[in-house]
Structure formats: C-alpha cells, structure tokens
Design a binder for this molecule. Structure first.
Ligand code: GLY
Length: 363
C-alpha cells in the first residue's frame, strides 16, 4: 500500500498532502482549528458547491463561512480578488483565520492569493476538486490572478498548510475535464518517470472509477513535491521547477491565440506535449520513434495532438515571446533527453518553432 500522506519538504513551511480518510481528517482538523479559537472561511464556486452540496457541511463548515463565486476563468480577476478580500474584512476575519479553497485551479489560485494578501498573509488550505488541481495546482504554492493583458501576471508564492486530496470528489467531473487532467499526469511521466509513462500506455485508458487512479494521483504529487522542495520559487539557473512546464510554452500560446475558454488548459497541454516531443527530436535529443509513442498515449486518454482549427502562426509566436520562462529575450523551452527526463533548453531557433506550429495545423 503506498503511503497515505506525503510531505512537501520546505523546512519550517513543510506541509502534508493527505490521500486517505480525507473527509474524516478534514473534519478533525477543522474541529481542532475551532477548538483553538481560530475562525475558518472557504472560497468555492457555484458549480463545485452544486456538484457536492453536502461536502462542506459534512466536514464541519457553516453556510455563512462559505463564499461562493461564479465558476470559470473570469473569476481569477482583480474584481473577484477584491470581492473576496472585502468578504473576509466584512465578516471580521482576523489574522487567526484559516482560509480553505474548495474547487479547481481557478479557485485554488485565487483563494491562495487572497490568503497571501489579506492582513499580509493568513493560513491557507487546499481541497482540490478536479484531477488537474489534485495533481498540479493545489501543490507547490503558486497563487495568483489574471490581468486583461495575460494569465497569471499577478501573484505570490504562498504555500498551503495542508492539501486534502479526496479522489471521491472526481465522481462529478465531466469526461472532458477528466481527460484534461490526464494531460498533466502524462506530463509527469514524460518529464520525470518513464515507468509511469509506460504504465499509462499499458493501461490504455482510465476513468474516475479505475482502481489505479488514486495511486497515480499520489505518484504525480510525489514528483511535484520533490521538484518544489528542490526549487520552490523556480530560481534554478536550469532545470528545476521550470521542468513542470513541459509542453506549457506551446499550451499557453494556444490558449492565448485561440481565446481563453476555446481549449481546456489540459487539452492545450496535450498538443504542447506532442510539440515538445517533436522539438526534442528536431534538436536530436531523442529518437523520432518517441513522437508516435507520445501521440499514442495522448490519444489513449482522449487528448488532442493537433489544433482543432488553424490559428495564426504569428499570433502563436507573439504569445510565446511573452512567456515567463524566457531569458534575456531568448525563447526557453522544456525539452526531453529521453522519455522520463526533461531539461530546459535556451536559444531555440524561431524558424524551427514556426515549422512545428505549421505541422500542428497553424497557418
Ligand atoms: N504548474 C507548474 C508549477 O507549479 O510550477
């Protein structure tokens, strides 16, 4: 049996990720917080609350402790950030307040940034409700909101005090959202765990009821926990936390050029992972046979490897120039030297990237 709690090792800011008896554990932790005189608040969204109407009351939250916001990427904005801060101030939340995020990546990122900012920082806890947030965004302390000018342009590193991963919450996830989360799972195999990659190929497919799912989620969290412990703020000169962005330079460009909401993030990551493999092959870092292998696993999990409709190559290239990973005006990508082994690669020829976009269906 794999361990049921992992620790993200960050010295005095270390924290647990809980995987078993999660609702029970939450109930005990909330009760202990109250017993020590702390107030608790939850930020969630209307769709998650509707999908899980009893969850928060069963673990011990009162209705008036819950702030429900609209579902969707638009909630990760200055307006809702301001609304959430006013809600805390208006309900007399003090420095002892423990703020919980109950939802996917949008709610986790927003609530985390609220926790980082309110009264110069209050304790924060994550209860992720989507596969993508369970394996990626709830762990590692990246919090923030979008500006009209771009995604995640404002934020802070603010580590949670604990993460509660209850895979039972995935029961209400749509197959499309589930597939989108699988893109991040496949990403972990490609960047750090060949065995995971091979296991995914052998599995052929997976859904919320697959007995293998909880162990796979734990495996992804273990990889992320190690990478975050080694390079918490993504300051390593090469490699480090930036490796978690395998496929994401392409993906962010697709989301930006297509207009947010056209592709789910994970769908864009699927195309990005295929392109990152093609780039690694073009750079002669790994054999061409890996392209078919990567596309095969992405298709097995219902993910796209090409654009649905042509996007302008010039728009995609312009979006890439704004990527946060770029150094001194040079494009920086995460590539692979083998499946299961990623590196950061600088100074890639722009013409090569344009060719890859054309192959993926851009014009
Ligand atoms: N999602 C990438 C990271 O947390 O660094």
């Amino acid at each position: 049996m794999p361990t049921e709690t992992l620790t993200v090792q960050l010295a005095e800011r270390s924290y647990p990720i809980h995987f078993s008896d999660v609702a029970e554990r939450l109930k005990v932790d909330i009760s202990n917080l109250r017993a020590s005189g702390r107030t608790v608040r939850v930020i969630s969204d209307a769709r998650v609350l509707e999908a899980h109407p009893e969850y928060l009351s069963q673990v011990g939250f009162e209705d008036d402790e819950i702030l429900s916001l609209p579902a969707g990427e638009a909630t990760k904005s200055i307006e809702f950030f301001s609304q959430a801060l006013s809600h805390l101030a208006g309900t007399a939340a003090n420095r002892d307040c423990a703020l919980f995020a109950f939802g996917g990546g949008v709610i986790g990122d927003l609530a985390g940034y609220v926790a980082a900012s309110y009264l110069r920082g209050i304790d924060f806890y994550q209860i992720p409700s989507t596969l993508l947030s369970m394996v990626d965004s709830s762990v590692g302390g990246k919090t923030g909101i979008n500006l009209p000018e771009g995604k995640n342009l404002v934020g802070a590193f603010w580590q949670p005090k604990a993460v509660y991963i209850d895979t039972a919450l995935l029961q209400t996830l749509s197959p499309r959202e589930f597939a989108a989360g699988m893109a991040e799972v496949i990403k972990y195999g490609m960047l750090a765990d060949l065995e995971l990659f091979n296991d995914l190929i052998a599995l052929k497919g997976l859904d919320v009821n697959s007995p293998e799912l909880p162990a796979i989620v734990r495996r992804c969290c273990a990889i992320k926990a190690q990478i975050v412990a080694d390079d918490e703020k993504e300051t390593a000169a090469s490699g480090g936390r930036a490796l978690l962005n395998l496929g994401h330079t392409f993906a962010h460009a697709i989301e930006n050029a297509a207009g947010y909401g056209q592709y789910l993030h994970g769908e864009a990551v699927g195309i990005g992972l295929s392109l990152a493999t093609q780039l690694s092959v073009a750079l002669e870092q790994m054999p061409a046979s890996n392209i078919a292998l990567t596309d095969k696993v992405l298709h097995q999990f219902q993910l796209p490897t090409r654009l649905n409709e042509p996007l302008k190559s010039s728009d995609l290239m312009a979006a890439m120039q704004r990527d946060k990973k770029n150094r001194r005006g040079r494009l920086r990508f995460v590539t692979m030297t083998a499946l299961g082994s990623a590196v950061t690669t600088d100074g890639i020829d722009v013409a090569l990237i344009e060719q890859l976009w054309c192959k993926a269906g851009a014009e």
